[in-house]
Design a protein around this ligand. Structure first.
Ligand code: TYM
Length: 331
């Protein structure tokens, strides 16, 4: 059976981008593959959270994984920092990762631009840690959104380089995975790029947002003055709303509004109202479970401990093999 690994950084509440880009696939894949889904708390240290923030954010992701339907009996759910073998593999992988290629990574360049005062080494070697996350379980399928594609390419580079250096084929090649034809990119509500935590609170719709908050955010989404001719190409901000509709609404609803747009009869207020109601329906099953799960501390502890034990079993085997391959042998 193929092995699947994926993770989400513990940087706060999860949004529709995380859900449609990643979690929805996690839930489906747990029935078909050997799955490891983790909370990337080590990755979140690049932004220097306080201990309380770190703990709260890890809990938030764990709760939302469970509320979304990831089943700890089917998939191994764990917290990255509970598996020190990952940090050990990260160290070995760092020896074969080169400054030039790390500096060329798009996400590194974006982060340097966004926050030039905090260009720490952890940010530079972020893709190496991510490769260690994946290679530690020798995974081949990694369900992620489109923004992670380059990181997967780097994970393959590092795994293959290790294999070549030691003249073996220990690590299989991991590939980004989605059930659809292509990897998903969920746009935000600001009329520009993707939905994201760092793009501003109003840009993202969170799985935990109340119906009132969702309505308010969607009604404020950026639009233009409306189409002026039939079958006109949609500008980005309008295309984004249609892209969101494609994932949360029925095909009939989508076609209905698409026709209105093409016939120059669309009223954006109606489109937004429908979009907000469909987002509320899509997120309801998750939202309704979040509070109950969050209140059950013994259950959360049990899930995290059980997951850590299972993840460490797999990780320890890899580290044992890797140490042997590298040449750390007993005297
Ligand atoms: P992170 O925490 O930024 O995002 C978690 C997952 O959500 C997806 N995602 C999106 N998908 C579609 N549209 C969007 N607007 C959108 N926003 C976020 C991301 O693609 C991702 O799948 N580096 C990773 C975490 C990580 C990881 C790993 C993933 C660490 N180690 C090993 C896979 C395997 C990250 O920062 O994701």
């Amino acid at each position: 059976m193929e092995t699947v690994v994926s993770g989400i950084r513990s940087t706060g509440k999860l949004h529709l981008g995380n859900y449609y880009g990643a979690i929805q696939n996690f839930v489906k894949m747990q029935h078909e593959y050997k799955c490891y889904f983790f909370i990337a708390d080590l990755h979140s240290l690049t932004t220097h959270p306080t201990p309380d923030n770190l703990h709260g954010n890890v809990k938030q992701v764990l709760v939302e994984y469970l509320a979304a339907g990831i089943d700890p009996e089917k998939a191994t759910i764990y917290i990255q920092s509970d598996v020190p073998e990952i940090a050990e593999l990260y160290l070995y992988m760092n020896m074969n990762a080169y400054m030039g290629e790390l500096e060329r990574s798009t996400s590194f360049k974006d982060k340097v631009r966004a926050n030039p005062d905090n260009v720490n080494a952890g940010l530079l070697t972020y893709p190496v840690l991510m490769a260690a996350d994946i290679l530690i379980h020798k995974a081949t399928k990694v369900p992620v959104g489109k923004d992670q594609e380059q990181h997967l390419e780097m994970a393959r580079t590092f795994g293959n380089r290790f294999n070549r250096l030691y003249n073996n084929d220990y690590f299989p090649e991991p590939y980004a995975f989605s059930f659809g034809e292509s990897l998903v990119k969920i746009p935000g509500l600001d009329g520009k790029g993707k939905m994201g935590k760092s793009e501003g609170e109003a840009n993202a719709v969170y799985l935990s947002d109340s119906p009132e908050v969702i309505r308010k955010k969607v009604m404020r989404a950026v639009t233009d003055g409306g189409p002026t001719t039939e079958n006109q190409e949609k500008p980005t901000e309008i295309q984004n709303l249609f892209d969101l509709m494609k994932v949360v609404s029925t095909p009939d609803t989508y076609t209905h509004f698409d026709n209105l747009y093409n016939n120059v009869q669309i009223r954006y207020g109606d489109l937004k109202k429908q979009l907000a109601e469909d987002m509320i329906i899509a997120t309801a099953p998750i939202r309704e479970k979040i509070n109950d799960i969050a209140a059950d501390a013994p259950y959360l502890r049990q899930v995290a401990r059980y997951g850590a034990v299972k993840a460490r079993e797999s990780a320890a085997q890899t580290i044992k093999d890797v140490r042997e391959i590298i040449g750390f042998r007993n005297f």
